[in-house]
Design a protein. Sequence first.
Length: 138
Amino acid sequence: MKIDEQTSIPDDEITFRTSRSSGPGGQNVNKVESRVMLLFDLERSASLDEDQKLLIRRRLASRINKQGVLRVVSQKHRTQAANREAARERFQSLLREALVEEVERKPTRVPQGVKRRRREEKRRRSELKRRRRERFDD
């Protein structure tokens, strides 16, 4: 499974489990295991380096259990095959987003013109309110 240009995860590192899907579904819901859970053992993965694992651990912490297994569940569709594909796509997008390097923000200054316009507007509002007070103080 290709994550990005440098990273791909072999299928043997991914495990699928199925179970009965929750919610309405009539008679079919009690017979078919259409809910799919994708499990990826992050700690034992040979396809990711330690820096990538650290990024994933930090950014997807809510999806990783104490044993270091990343879990993605899909039960949107009525068929197991469709849910399996949806789980794979979600897994790919989660890893892709987690592995994106954050661009360091360069601090900038507020332009002098913006500061000047803000002060002028404050002066105008202040003058307007002062004139209103003078009118009612009489």
